[in-house]
Every structure is written in C-alpha cells, then in structure tokens.
Design a protein around this ligand. Structure first.
Ligand code: NAP
Ligand code: MG
Length: 492
C-alpha cells in the first residue's frame, strides 16, 4: 500500500451530504385509465375481458388498468402478425424496412423524456438510469439494426438469408423498453413480424411504444403487443403459427419454454439468469474498481441478469477494498426514483422484495456477515438497502443463487487459478468482470472464464454492436451485433 493511499483512507467519510429534492416532473406523461391490446395496428378490447392494475413500486399507487390477454387474444395477435408477414412485410425492399426502423429510433429519441419518466414510474428504477441508459440504448438498438436491414447479404455472404415469419417474444420487468428494443429491432430488420408480451409489472412503456409504431406508420400487424401474465406467454410459445420464440427471464421459465418447443421446429433463444463474478486483482486501480463494484451490483437495484453479484477479491487487498466499498456504500442515495439524485430506486414488486429478503435471511443464517449503511427507507413502496455480505462460503445460497437485488456476496482468492475456479463454480455463465493492470492477464482470464460477456476494468457496459448472451444455465443465442440477426433468419 502506498503512502498516498494510506492518507486517502483516513480522509473523512463524505456521507453526510444533504441533497435538496430534485424531482423530475411527471407532467410529460399522459396515462390512460385503461389500456387494451395492440393488435393489427389498433387498440382492441381483450376477448378475455380481464384487466389488472399496474402499480408504481415506489408509492404502491395504481397507475392504470392493463388488459390481460387470454388464449383467444394471443391467437388473434399471432394471426395478425402472420397476415402482415405474408401480405407485404417480408417482400418490401429492405431499404424501406430500414427507413421504418430509423424512424422508430428517431421518435424514441424525440420522446425519450416521456419514456424515461414512464419507465421509472412503472418499474421503480432511478430516472438517472432510465434517462441516461435505458432510453439512449433503446434508440441506439433501432439505429444499429436499421443499418443492417438492407445489408443482410453482406452480413451473411453466400448464405441467402431469409426471414423466418412470426417471432413470439417474451420479456422481463428489469429493463422493459430496452428488452423490447433488443427483441423487436433485429426481428424487424431481418424481415419478421412480431408478437411481444411485456412483463406483468411493467407493461406501460411497451404500450407507449405502440404509439411510436403508429407514429412511424409501420404497416398494421408488423408489431403486436399482448399484455398479460405468464399464461399469455405460455400461449404465445405454444401457438403453431409462431416460427421463432425469443425469451428473456428466469432460468426456471426458460426450461419450461424449451420443453414446450421441443420437437416443433421453432427456433429458440433464451437469455436467462446469472451469478457473475467481479474479480479484483491486487494490481487493479482500486478506486475505479470500487466504482465498478458499486455499478456492477447496485445499478438498477441489482435487478440485472449480468450483475456482478459475487465479488472475488485477491486476499492481499481484501481489507482495503472492503473498507473503501463500505465507505462508498454510505454515499448511495436510496429513494424516489423520479428524483434526479437517486442512486437506488424501488424494488420492482412486493414479490421480488420477498425473494430478496428470504435469500438475505438465508445468508445470515448460514453464517455470513452482513453490512448495510445507515439509510432511511421511504415508508410506502418496496425498498431494500444496499447490502454486502462478507465471510461467504462458496456453498452458501447467497453465493450460488441469483438474488436479483442490491445484495453483494464477497469471496476471496489467492491465485488466478483459484479465481477462475471459483468464478466458474456456478450453474450460470452470463458475464464476469476482471480488474487488473495487466493486459495479458485480462486475455488469459477471459479465455478461461465460462461467461458470454467479460468486462475488463469496467462493468455493465452495453453497446448494440456487441453480442450479449450466456453459457450453461444462462441460456443460448446472442442478442446484439451481427450475431443478434442470426436467430431471426433462415439460410437457403
Ligand atoms: P420470469 O418469471 O421468467 O418472467 C419473464 C417473462 O416470462 C415475463 O413476461 C413473464 O410474465 C413470462 N412468463 C412467466 N411464465 C411463463 C411461461 N410459463 N411461459 C411463457 N412466459 C412466461 O422472470 P422475471 O422474474 O420476470 O425476470 C427475472 C429473471 O430474468 C431473472 O432471473 C433474470 O436473470 C432474468 N433476466 C435475464 C436477462 C438476460 O438477458 N439474460 C435479462 C433480464 C432478466 P409475467 O411477468 O406476467 O409473469
Ligand atoms: Mg408496475
């Protein structure tokens, strides 16, 4: 440890800043009382007759009623997508398809404040994140795939790429609009039509997206949105006119879907859970690494499939890293998602909060040591303080299971071999982080870590040009980049 670092360690803890409230205005969002389903370019009442409220997790206030599609509704949406595919969308000039995608991207940019506020209202994520991450990345995805729409022959030379038909897409609640963009942009660029089912607790930005689809004058039926719960998702997977299923969500439901499509000839991609290792070597720039640890686990309340939820610290720097980490955790502001100073917003649902609490209780029971910085949580809504567990054994549930909340488990290692062994010791394989000054070590670690995405000296960075996806129980198939087009194409 250098002299300078020692002195920094003794500097006062900057935890006592008081910030004046800086709320983003809700006025930019105009909510309907009730939303139907978006089928064939029109709003329709659900044949199921069922509606349920969607709730703001920060206040428990109902925001709007949303239709719950039943089997008949899913069938109508698939029929509409199928007709749109046959009657034009698959035949129009690829450069025309590109124009629609560019239009959608530009409208998302123009309306980004409205979308960001709505995303934070419905899902509880801090406005700073929906404004600076979810929205710019969603627009970037449409821009990126717009560029490929008329270059498929170059993307796959001599393979004669052709669209598949109807894509049935099912997404989770942690990045609602971003996951929609990851699904819809490559599907349309490749010439397919779409039926998408958003998650039950966060349907509102997908419904606002229908407005964008109309504004962009996309032909009716090319994009259909059916809200509802898991039953609607299961119906979509089952429908024989669906040619391709794309799913992002839990490993458990992913396995169910894989069983349902087995033997049907449908194409399938699964983006499932993770339990990523964020590995800090003793030559890493420690202050940056601590920022990377914080961003890795507390970004989006830890509701991130690729979250760096297992911290692996080299033994020689363990105490220093933990001290810096705890001090930094004390500066995180938990509260109103619409406040521009908020770092950690609300937990997405009561059910998710209970799952986090159960796993945290298991961690304490198994003997890990818990730390939470003092912080006042709002009385209404669903909240969980940023949490770190030390003294964690590899066998503990908090080291094995995905918590999907702001909870970090810390383990140590002595050698690179031990780091690799511990990092790979989970059923998952979605992502990992490596912090070291040595380029050669980054390369050798990346080759040995069984994970689809590996960040070096950074964490949770995304780019539409970069493929994303898992190994093992984290799923298969890639989204993003040229790789992300392939699951939506057949080759003659
Ligand atoms: P989930 O329960 O698997 O739900 C995901 C989606 O599937 C939701 O729209 C859900 O509908 C629907 N669904 C539920 N049961 C279904 C069934 N039997 N057939 C078809 N669809 C069904 O997961 P979640 O709790 O919403 O999301 C959290 C999980 O997603 C985490 O494990 C996380 O790691 C994973 N995730 C992975 C990625 C990735 O890219 N790898 C990204 C984000 C999240 P309802 O919401 O209406 O129940
Ligand atoms: Mg909600």
């Amino acid at each position: 440890m250098t002299e300078i670092e020692k002195r920094q360690d003794r500097s006062p803890v900057p935890s006592a800043f008081d910030y004046a409230p800086a709320p983003e205005s809700r006025d930019v969002v105009a909510l309907e009382d009730r939303y139907g389903l978006f089928i064939g370019g029109e709003w329709v009442e659900p044949k199921s007759g069922e509606y349920q409220p969607t709730i703001s997790p920060a206040t428990e206030e109902p925001l709007a009623e949303v239709a719950y599609g039943g089997p008949e509704d899913v069938g109508l949406a698939v029929e509409s997508a199928s007709e749109a595919f046959e009657n034009g969308w698959s035949d129009i000039a690829p450069s025309e398809r590109a124009k629609y995608l560019y239009r959608i991207a530009r409208i998302l940019q123009e309306r980004s404040r409205e979308f960001a506020v709505l995303e934070s209202l419905d899902g509880g994520k801090p406005i700073r994140e929906s404004r600076d991450v979810d929205l710019p990345l969603s627009a970037a995805h449409f821009f990126y795939y717009a560029g490929w729409a008329d270059k498929l022959e170059y993307a796959f030379p001599n393979r004669k790429p052709k669209p598949l038909g109807v894509a049935g897409q099912i997404i989770p609640w942690n990045f609602p609009l971003l996951m929609l963009s990851w699904k819809i942009a490559p599907a349309l660029a490749a010439g397919n039509t779409v039926v998408l089912k958003p998650a039950e607790s966060t349907p509102l930005t997908a419904l606002l997206f229908c407005d964008v689809v109309r504004q962009a004058e996309l032909p009716p039926g090319v994009v259909n949105i059916v809200t509802g719960d898991g039953r609607a998702g299961a119906e979509l997977v089952k429908d024989s006119r669906v040619d391709k299923v794309a799913f992002t969500g839990s490993t458990e439901v992913g396995k169910e879907i894989q069983r349902a499509v087995a033997g049907t000839g449908k194409k399938l991609t699964l983006e499932l859970g993770g339990k990523a290792a964020n590995i800090i070597f003793d030559d890493a720039p420690l202050d940056q690494a601590v920022e990377g640890i914080i961003n890795g686990i507390y970004f989006n309340q830890g509701h991130v499939c690729c979250a760096g939820s297992r911290l692996l610290v080299q033994e020689s720097i363990y105490e220093q890293v933990i001290a810096k980490l705890k001090r930094r955790m004390g500066t995180l502001r938990v509260g109103d998602p619409l406040d521009k100073n908020t770092d950690i917003g609300a937990i997405n649902s009561k059910q998710q909060l209970e799952k986090i609490k159960e796993l945290v209780a298991a961690g304490e029971e198994e003997g890990a040591e818990i730390f939470q910085p003092p912080c006042r949580l709002p009385e209404k809504g669903w909240w969980f303080a940023p949490t770190v567990f030390t003294n964690v054994a590899q066998s503990y549930r908090i080291a094995q299971e995905e918590i999907f909340g702001p909870v970090l488990s810390v383990l140590t290692f002595r050698t690179p071999d031990e780091a690799v062994e511990k990092a790979n010791n989970t059923p998952y394989g979605l992502s990992a982080g490596v912090w070291t000054e040595k380029g050669s070590r980054i390369l050798s670690m990346s080759q040995r870590l069984r994970a689809g995405v590996i960040w070096a000296n950074t964490y949770n960075r995304f780019d539409p040009a970069s493929p994303f996806g898992g190994y093992k129980e984290s799923g298969f198939g890639r989204e993003g980049g040229r790789h992300g087009l392939e699951p939506y194409l057949r080759f003659e």
